[in-house]
Ligand binder design. Structure first.
Ligand code: SAM
Length: 440
């Protein structure tokens, strides 16, 4: 295996994400299939995640060590340097190989004339180490201030937790095996895991793992899903045979979990984005649930905020609104959120979430339950969103959720919803509220 190709690939992915507004997930999905060796693919992923988590740190080094650090026009060079730094720290690859292969990659990206510069900067990083700015510096100023205003006592812990790699959570497919049986299979494969005491299907792994190494992954025996996301099925907890709407379903993790637990659900999964809805179908197929297997389940492309365009008027017993959001609770999994998010996005998202809630409510039967979820930590999308909904919706009542779903709002705030901050219980930052429609 030559070490140049993965470094070239990592530099290209980072260039696209850092300088051209592209999403990390999409760029990795495009770049990885071109690498035949799974070790190369794992290396590219590791470099990209590590480099994006510490992009402020790498920029501080370049600013300190270069009279004129590379800007947007030299984006590929800057990206390669970020990739080189990440290999030394935090990835701790053998320095000789990391430096030599990254210098070779400078030639691979058409920067042969700057190979010496790359070598000198990486050697300096190896000798002196990178500066260590506060974790908060990775956040754009406006967002940092919002987090500080929303979570004055927790903001620094949020920034720290968001800079650390996330652990791996598994969800065992109940239709295939019990959790204990799957745990035994993991142990037989030499993979350490711990059952979560609260989440019935969850296993927690101390280290990250390639899905291909998980026994039975391709056959649908198990999924990778954070504990906070697994808790959503417990919060909705639809009765057997219930008619359920998953209003924002792609890529399909939560609807699949609901169906794994109960094949009798009459579940309709919607997503407005056809490509993303195709992923729901793919997820369901792998797991052996949904269309073609469960007569009551269907997936379709539709705008959940516009029921008139598609709804047949038959009300739902339970609705999940897992709303599009700022994703500020999952920065540890999607570090590029900090590069791409703009203040205006949050306003637009808050307005869209409100429209989705209002539309979903019209489709809920009296006595039914709606669970509203985001992977945001911003109050405007969470507590304040639900508070505004309750204020304008006479027949809506917030139902209490127990402490295992996260933190209760601070004293003096409206008492609804539970918030998990990033790293709480080893999980992602998530917000959950359970809203019941009065039957009288
Ligand atoms: N529930 C999903 C899961 O567990 O895999 C994750 C949902 S993700 C947070 C939000 C989804 O909402 C995106 O796939 C997005 O395409 C979809 N979405 C955004 N606006 C929508 C709308 N108006 N109607 C339906 N889906 C929408």
């Amino acid at each position: 295996m030559s070490g140049e190709a993965p470094r070239v690939a990592a530099a290209r992915v980072l260039d696209a994400v850092l300088h051209h507004g592209r999403s990390l997930k999409a760029e990795l999905a495009r770049a990885l299939p071109a690498l035949a060796d799974p070790r190369d693919r794992a290396l590219v992923e590791a470099i990209c995640f590590a480099a994006l988590r510490q992009h402020a740190r790498a920029d501080a080094a370049l600013a300190a060590w270069m009279p004129k650090p590379p800007g947007r026009r030299d984006g590929d060079l800057r990206a390669l340097l970020h990739a080189g730094f990440a290999q030394l720290d935090p990835l701790g690859l053998p320095p000789h190989a990391a430096v030599a292969e990254t210098v070779d990659a400078a030639r691979g990206i058409g920067r042969a004339h700057q190979a010496k510069l790359v070598n000198a900067l990486l050697r300096r990083a190896q000798r002196e180490g990178l500066p260590t700015p506060a974790a908060a510096d990775a956040w754009p100023g406006w967002l940092r201030e919002r987090v500080r205003a929303d979570w004055p006592d927790d903001a620094d812990a949020i920034f720290e937790a968001s800079a650390r790699p996330a652990g791996t959570w598994l969800r065992v497919n109940r239709r295939r095996s019990g959790r204990d049986d799957y745990l035994a299979r993991l142990q037989a494969a030499g993979i350490e895991a711990t059952p979560d005491p609260v989440l019935a299907d969850a296993l927690r792994l101390p280290a990250s793992i390639a899905v291909g190494a998980l026994p039975g992954f391709a056959d649908g025996d198990v999924s990778v899903q954070d504990g906070a996301a697994q808790a959503v099925a417990d919060a909705l907890d639809p009765p057997a045979g219930a008619r359920v709407l998953d209003a924002c379903a792609a890529p399909g993790g939560k609807s699949a979990h609901l169906l794994e637990r109960d094949p009798t659900l009459r579940l309709l999964a919607l997503d407005v984005d056809p490509l993303r809805l195709a992923r729901v179908r793919g997820t369901w197929r792998r797991l052996g649930v949904g269309e073609g297997v469960d007569p009551g389940a269907a997936a379709r492309v539709a705008d959940a905020a516009d029921p008139e365009a598609w709804w047949d008027g038959d009300p739902f017993d339970a609705i999940l609104v897992d709303a599009p959001c700022s994703a500020t609770g999952i920065v540890r999994r999607q570090p590029d959120v900090l590069l791409h998010r703009r203040a205006a996005d949050v306003e637009a998202l808050v307005a869209l979430q409100a429209r989705l809630l209002d539309a979903a409510w019209t489709m809920l039967r009296p006595g039914g339950v709606l669970v509203y979820v985001t992977c945001s930590i911003l109050r405007a999308e969470n507590h304040a969103q639900v508070e505004a909904f309750l204020a304008r919706t006479a027949d809506a009542v917030a139902e209490p959720l127990p402490g295992c779903f996260g933190r209760a709002p601070a004293a003096g705030e409206a008492r609804h919803g539970r918030q998990r901050l990033p790293g709480d219980g080893g999980m992602d930052g998530f917000f959950l509220a359970r809203l019941a429609k009065r039957a009288d």
